[in-house]
Design a protein around this ligand. Structure first.
Ligand SMILES: [Zn+2]
Ligand SMILES: [Zn+2]
Length: 334
């Protein structure tokens, strides 16, 4: 993980040096993504089905949001349970329930829901259409004849391994790290930190992950169910709770192991990349094997627009600065 910053001139903030190699890399990637969409949208077969697909996706998403959040008593029960655990066994006892970091993450919640109700479904639909049209031959038909439990287990494990791999790449490639660093900037991990993800970071993860998933052709219900369970686990792993899940830590990602992943200490950098299962980290040697440490979290970039310690609920301005940060970080790299 690269968290270094250019040296600050005496008494001032570091100069934002523009590095055209990085700017062109960013511009080139966005242009490649945009041209893929343009090519797809020029195809009449694609545009004809795009409206229907988008309407269906938005409908499903609205239903999922209603059922997962607003009308789901489990949501309120789990939030209450997590808040109680944060009070009884906090990883960081000085943090409190509604810390400034948690208040800022609450501003990220509606933003991420908005992005996931508009931009991300459009990206997924276009990737799906592109896959069906140009990469459908990659689909592993043999899996379709497997019994449902076998397909679900394979989809869960395959998806989890891909996340591990994509997460690893997002840490190792500086350009991708700048966007992922926004998620890592949280100094006060909490239940809502899962929502602090830059939309471009989301798009990279989805673009790299969706094609191998489509090769298995899992049903929409399977994917939704897996994502639903995963979200709950991930929110709990970001919470300020002192637990390593006992012997389950050898199989599952835990609040303790994910805190080490978010650690500000360089000794812990590039460890514990898992999303749900820790088996990939154990297998590939990226598991940090101290299970009782709860380090401080965050990133070492003094230029990051961290939330300020003020009394206001949170800052929309800080959200905007945090969204702009990766573009500045990419352009000023030495
Ligand atoms: Zn990470
Ligand atoms: Zn995280």
């Amino acid at each position: 993980m690269n968290t270094t910053t250019p040296a600050a001139p005496e008494g001032g903030r570091p100069l934002a040096r523009i590095h055209w190699r990085n700017v062109s890399l960013l511009g080139g990637s966005l242009a490649a993504l945009a041209s893929l969409f343009v090519v797809l949208l020029r195809d009449p077969a694609v545009t004809a089905s795009l409206g229907d697909r988008l309407t269906a996706t938005f409908g499903e998403l609205g239903k999922a949001l209603r059922e997962e959040f607003f009308l789901n008593p489990w949501f309120y029960a789990v939030v209450a349970g997590v808040l109680l655990l944060e009070r009884l066994i906090p990883a960081d006892p000085g943090q409190g329930l509604l810390s400034k970091g948690a208040r800022q993450d609450l501003v990220w919640v509606p933003f991420k829901l908005l992005v996931h109700a508009s931009f991300i479904p459009a990206v997924i639909v276009l990737l799906r259409l592109g896959y069906d049209r140009y990469l459908g031959f990659l689909t592993i038909d043999a899996v379709a004849s497997w019994p449902a439990p076998g397909r679900i287990v394979l989809a869960v494990l395959w998806g989890d391994f891909l996340f591990w791999l994509i997460h690893y790449i997002r840490h190792k490639v500086f350009f991708l790290w700048c966007f992922h660093a926004v998620h890592h900037s949280q100094k006060e991990l909490n239940f809502f930190t899962e929502y602090r993800v830059h939309p471009i970071d989301d798009v990279f993860a989805i673009t790299l992950g969706v094609i191998p998933i489509l090769m298995l052709e899992p049903s929409f219900v399977t994917v939704t169910a897996i994502v639903w369970v995963r979200h709950w686990h991930t929110r709990i792993c970001h919470s300020n709770i002192r637990t390593n899940f006992g012997p389950l830590k050898y199989i599952l990602v835990t609040p303790q192991s994910h805190r080490v992943h978010h650690s500000v200490d360089e000794v812990h950098h590039d460890k514990n990349f898992g999303l749900t299962f820790s088996i990939w980290d154990h297998l590939f040697g990226t598991q940090h094997r101290e299970y009782d440490i709860y380090p401080e979290t965050g990133i070492n970039d003094r230029d990051f627009p961290f939330e300020q310690n003020r009394r206001s609920f949170a800052s929309l301005n800080t959200l905007l600065s945090q969204l702009i940060y990766p573009f500045q970080a990419v352009s000023r790299r030495d």
